[in-house]
Write a protein that binds this ligand. Structure first.
Ligand SMILES: *Cc1c(COP(=O)(O)O)cnc(C)c1O
Length: 380
């Protein structure tokens, strides 16, 4: 029997919630008090701060993480006939950006511990058409960059880091957003810091940064407002968003430390629950925790998981399956001919994931309520 008290619980815990403090509101207000709402000092300051935080030479602010991915692919001159090795266990944008430019995504299955692309399986997928590897720091856990960089160097491939979920994570001393030829961040409201909508590209390659900056701004060069030197887009980030991002970035250490407290409360409370597999963090990694995704044990089926999600939601607990495999999205199946069975680790993981409520301001008590509901639901 499900615990009736939980169903009637007045406490509703959202899956995610941005932390907006008075100083954030003041920072946005200061922009609105002026007249420069785009292409001004807040955006430059936000770019410079990100570049410093991740130790890159250049940062280019754009209006979404997806825009940053698109510009990186274009600036790397990846197009029709080119293959890009990537992961099927990600948010759709990391595959869509390859399709935007008529290049071909080639999926490689994931490591069952980190849930990031499995370096052991990459070389078998390399063909004469392979030009790049696009790896994702899944849920904030860095991919195996040391090995990815070695593989990319050995085969003369470009390497792109989708760090949209990993701002604040480190491998040793190296921050996410510093790996490969270029990295991107996203600042949607569920990320570690938010600008509402927004994104950033970071790189040490000046020519790549300049091309991205120009393409984000309608293909303008140095020749004036109505002079366009290449095909461009309207991907700029505005000043209000930049001010919000900068204000949040100033306290990134505090945000990461709070999120790590929340994660440790979850890990503590989940210890006794055999039905649940908790997220792993490998040695030498500092995790900044984008989301907190657990899995049902392998004896459970996808429909067990779906029922668990339903019952948790009935208890007022925000939760979601996270991610659905990209190779099983119907439009990807139509475009690439992919099918169930091709990437068994991704499929086995996806079938059992449960993203639990997770946000910077989450309290010890809220974690306790989530776990009480989850234990009661899985015990049935
Ligand atoms: C959030 C996210 C992005 C970027 O998303 P936008 O909504 O375009 O900012 C890209 N890749 C991954 C893996 C993400 O989680």
């Amino acid at each position: 029997m499900i615990n009736e008290k939980l169903f009637r619980s007045p406490m509703r815990i959202p899956l995610s919630k941005p932390e907006i403090l008075p100083e954030d509101i003041a920072a946005v207000g200061r922009v609105l008090d002026g007249t420069q709402l785009s292409m001004g000092p807040a955006t430059t300051a936000f770019e410079n701060r990100i570049a410093t935080v991740v130790g890159r030479q250049h940062a280019v602010a754009v209006n979404s993480g997806t825009s940053a991915l698109h510009l990186a692919i274009r600036a790397m001159d990846i197009g029709p006939g080119d293959e890009v090795i990537t992961t099927p266990f990600s948010f759709i944008a990391s595959t869509n950006c390859i399709l935007f430019e008529q290049a071909t995504p080639v999926f490689v299955d994931i490591d069952p511990i980190t849930l990031c692309i499995d370096p052991d399986q990459i070389e078998a997928a390399i063909t004469p058409k392979t030009v790049a590897i696009l790896a994702v720091d899944v849920f904030g856990h860095p991919a195996d960059w040391k090995r990815l960089e070695a593989i990319a160097a050995r085969h003369d491939l470009l390497l792109l880091e989708d760090a949209a979920e990993s701002l604040g994570s480190y491998v040793g001393d190296a921050p996410c957003g510093s790996f490969g030829h270029a990295s991107i961040f996203g600042f949607y409201p569920n990320k570690q810091i938010t600008t509402g909508e927004g994104g950033m590209l970071t790189t040490d390659d000046a020519a790549l940064a300049n091309a991205c900056r120009s393409m984000a701004n309608q293909g303008r060069g140095d020749g004036g407002w109505l002079s366009h030197v290449r095909l461009g887009y309207s991907y700029r980030l505005d000043e209000m968003s930049s001010a919000l991002g900068l204000s949040q970035l100033e306290r990134i250490e505090r945000i990461v430390s709070r999120r790590s407290d929340v994660a440790s409360w979850y890990l503590e409370d989940l210890k006794g629950i055999d039905e649940i597999v908790v997220p792993a963090v490998v040695e030498n990694v500092r995790m900044s925790w984008f989301v907190f995704v657990v899995r049902l044990a392998s004896s459970f089926t996808r429909s067990d998981r779906d029922r668990t999600l339903y019952l948790l939601q009935e208890c007022g607990i925000g939760c979601r399956d996270y991610f659905q495999p990209i190779h099983l999205q119907p439009f990807i199946q139509d475009a690439l001919g992919t099918a169930r069975g091709q990437f068994p680790v991704t499929e086995a993981v996806s079938d059992r994931t449960i993203a639990l409520p997770f946000f910077t301001e989450m309290t010890r008590e809220q974690v306790g309520v989530v776990i009480e509901s989850l234990s009661s639901v899985v015990a049935r």
